[in-house]
Design a protein around this ligand. Structure first.
Ligand code: PGA
Length: 264
């Protein structure tokens, strides 16, 4: 972590917690936000829960604290005959201010391409949604020494857009596919190697982009490994799946980030 960037802890709920359980967890996330004021907190519920969760977070915000609401995906188009799809403006209307894009589960299961990620990132900026753009290699790619090549290719699809909109916030999540939901994590040194390479690509665009952009680590981040990962120089936060579904584990990850800021 670097004291110039506020750590960002984002919970990706995936296809879980659509109903009242999601609202209850959001209320607890607001407690976590109040308890960890040096950390920026975001939750990404399923589409159908965004409006209710955004409202809950707003109401609770009257007692202090802030928790942003993200969508997990969106269509890049603004409207039209696209059955089953959700536009950027619809997400903003529902109360989302963030959007996760290019998650490896979208790339793997729904064939999302670098080109589509490019279009979605551009559309997110137009709709004033803060993109958290995910990149990361598969196990096969890592084992064949392709990690940095793959990550840089995925990054090249949207890095110029980040530079064009350098005045607006954005984040990148490095999520090695082999670490997602598997209980395996990249060690802090492994993560840092890739995060530093990502930072270099940002630097080649501009010093401002490199200084501002938060690079999150994702892939089996848990209460017991968060602090070591977040302590790495170029790790500015975490995108948390499984451990974001319980307030206890999500709160512990936020506390790990908070303690690193406070002790720095
Ligand atoms: P995980 O998921 O923490 O359950 O590995 C992370 C993600 O997919 O964003």
């Amino acid at each position: 972590m670097n004291s110039a960037r506020k750590p960002l802890i984002a919970g990706n709920w995936k296809m879980h917690l659509g109903g009242i359980a999601g609202i209850e967890l959001a209320a607890k996330c607001m407690d976590i936000a109040r308890q960890n004021p040096h950390v920026e907190l975001v939750v990404a519920p399923p589409f159908t829960a965004i409006a209710a969760i955004a409202q809950e977070c707003e109401e609770q915000g009257e007692h202090g604290g802030h928790c942003g609401v993200a969508a997990q995906n969106m269509n890049a188009k603004s409207a039209g005959a696209y059955t089953g799809e959700v536009s950027p403006a619809m997400l903003a209307e529902a109360g989302a201010t963030w959007v996760i894009l290019g998650h490896s589960e979208r790339r793997q299961h729904y064939g999302e391409t670098d080109q589509q990620v490019h279009e979605k990132v551009a559309a997110a900026f137009v709709a004033k949604l803060v993109p958290i753009v995910c990149i990361g290699e598969t196990l096969e790619e890592r084992e064949s020494g392709q990690t940095l090549t793959v990550v840089k290719r995925q990054l090249s699809a949207f890095v110029e857009l980040l530079q064009e909109h350098v005045a607006l916030p954005s984040a990148i999540a490095y999520e090695p596919v082999w670490a997602i939901g598997t209980g395996k994590t990249a060690g802090p040194a492994e993560a840092e190697e890739v995060h530093a390479a990502i930072r270099e690509v940002l630097s080649a665009q501009s010093a401002e982009l490199a200084a501002k952009t938060r690079i999150l680590y994702g892939g089996s981040v848990k209460a017991d490994n968060a602090k070591a990962l977040l302590a790495a120089a170029n790790v500015d936060g975490a995108l948390v799946g499984g451990a974001s579904l319980e307030a206890a584990s999500f709160g512990a990850i936020a506390r790990a980030a908070e303690s690193l800021v406070v002790s720095s």
